[in-house]
Design a protein around this ligand. Structure first.
Ligand code: NAG
Ligand code: NAG
Length: 158
């Protein structure tokens, strides 16, 4: 069960990197801060809590990881799940303000505890948002983040 939850977490917030990019980013690690963050944030707990209020199917989590978006973007509940995750991890405030410094700290959970400056750089490209609905805002932020990362990854490996 713990492993499953970890995999799900991985799929949602992750945006896993392949080895070439990971190696390139080694110089950006700040492992001490990251390992502190891992202790501080219990992502499993946050995910379970958010899934209780805003039920999201595994296929949606997978789709966000693989394609950068949800299969049905008219469905509000999974977007509110993303909002819940971002709020409870301190990435986005309840009034929709992003904390860019928080992003690599939270995402370090997905990079074996590595604190990647790249995460903050991508986030800064995606955090300027005008959506009034906080669920839309959170989802569009994650969509932008993951899409940018997929494009970055594809460019790097060509
Ligand atoms: C997320 O997608 C990447 C490829 O983009 C893949 O390597 C990874 O296994 C996926 N993670 C999950 C949990 O599906
Ligand atoms: C959320 O909960 C539902 C059932 O309550 C479950 O089917 C689904 O897989 C859960 N989603 C995640 C991402 O764990």
């Amino acid at each position: 069960m713990k492993n499953l939850i970890f995999i799900i977490t991985f799929a949602l917030i992750t945006f896993s990197l392949t080895n070439p990019i990971r190696a390139e980013d080694d110089k950006n690690k700040q492992t001490d801060q990251a390992s502190k963050a891992i202790k501080e944030i219990d992502l499993n707990e946050v995910m379970a809590e958010c899934n209780k209020s805003f039920t999201i199917q595994m296929s949606y989590v997978d789709a966000l990881n693989k394609t950068g978006s949800f299969p049905d973007e008219s469905d509000k509940t999974p977007k509110c799940y993303v909002r819940c995750m971002l709020e409870k991890t301190g990435i986005m405030s309840s009034d929709g303000v992003f904390d860019l410094k928080r992003i690599p700290v939270v995402f370090a959970n997905q990079h074996d505890g590595d604190f990647l400056v790249k995460d903050e750089v991508i986030a800064s490209l995606c955090a300027e948002r005008k959506e009034k609905c906080q669920c839309e805002k959170a989802y569009n932020f994650m969509k932008c983040f993951r899409t940018t990362e997929i494009n970055y990854y594809e460019k790097e490996t060509q």
